[in-house]
Design a protein around this ligand. Structure first.
Ligand SMILES: C[S@@+](CC[C@H](N)C(=O)[O-])C[C@H]1O[C@@H](n2cnc3c(N)ncnc32)[C@H](O)[C@@H]1O
Length: 266
């Protein structure tokens, strides 16, 4: 099971520093959503608020952005972004009861849906808090096209004879396929769906860089279910495998993300 109790100030600060990847694909999601000045936006699973603060600048002083995240240390960093029109609260996608029906023009979840064990309830909540015709944006790891890192890790675990679990990869525990997402969005009351898978190529300086990224992005869950000795064996074997992917820019790994934008039906 994914734990929300493993985060620390150091992991939250690291995430704020190393999350250019989520920030950059988040900007693409925001572009797909065509967010305009004056709009009211809810950023579900806002993390340390980099994207929320960016959107606050887009909606300007007549608009507002509210961020929501279950991790208090990340919410604290989000509120340090100090935008008059951006605030973050502690809370979960499953319970948006602090917001009235129809109170937002846009709701987005950037790299968050694959953390949620159940999707229909949160997506129905998103639908409820959206005004009629309001837009929902989701970016999420694609179950039908695993990230390179997951493929490498799976190979490493099998070569070491260690059983892989859903949590092993640490950042994509509850992935959905495009088809699952399509039907869940429709059930949740969304229409006009545009969905595509986009591939991103990342370069990492070394294995420590990869591990730090996955640890911070998974708020401490990555490899957390292994005994320390097994985790050390996995890291050593990972290093050997990752080095085989080195190109002049660094260790090359691709990620595949579903991007979905839909409208709240009337
Ligand atoms: C990889 S981070 C993405 C953060 C941010 N959206 C970004 O683009 O940088 C995943 C976030 O999902 C949040 N999360 C996990 N479970 C959640 C839930 N049940 N409801 C809302 N957010 C959740 C985590 O706390 C974490 O901040």
């Amino acid at each position: 099971m994914v734990s929300l109790a493993l985060d620390s100030a150091a992991l939250a600060e690291t995430y704020d520093r190393v999350s250019d990847r989520q920030f950059n694909h988040g900007k693409l999601l925001v572009q797909d959503l065509q967010i305009a000045p004056g709009e009211r936006v809810l950023d579900v699973g806002c993390g340390t608020g980099r994207l929320g603060a960016y959107v606050a600048d887009l909606v300007g002083p007549s608009g507002e952005v509210v961020g929501l995240d279950p991790l208090p240390l990340r919410v604290e960093l989000a509120n340090k972004k100090r935008r008059p029109n951006f605030r973050a609260n502690v809370g979960r996608a499953e319970d948006l009861s602090q917001f009235a029906d129809g109170s937002f023009d846009v709701v987005f979840l950037n790299s968050v849906l694959h953390w949620l064990p159940e999707k229909l309830g949160p997506l129905r909540e998103a639908r409820r808090v959206l005004a009629r015709g309001g837009r929902l944006g989701v970016s999420s790891a694609a179950k039908e096209r695993p990230h390179d890192f997951e493929v490498v890790l799976k190979g490493v675990l099998s070569s070491l004879g260690i059983a892989a679990t859903a949590e092993t990869s640490g950042n994509t525990t509850h992935k959905v396929t495009s088809e699952d997402l399509r039907s869940t969005l429709s059930l949740a009351g969304f229409t006009d769906l545009h969905l595509e898978i986009r591939t991103f190529t990342d370069h990492f300086a070394d294995t420590d860089d990869v591990v730090a990224f996955y640890l911070a992005s998974s708020f401490g869950n990555f490899l957390s279910n292994f005994a320390p000795a097994d985790a050390a064996r996995v890291k050593a074997a990972l290093a050997a495998e990752l080095e085989r992917r080195r190109v002049p820019e660094g260790i090359r790994l691709q990620r595949n993300l579903i991007f979905a934008v839909a409208r709240a039906s009337g």
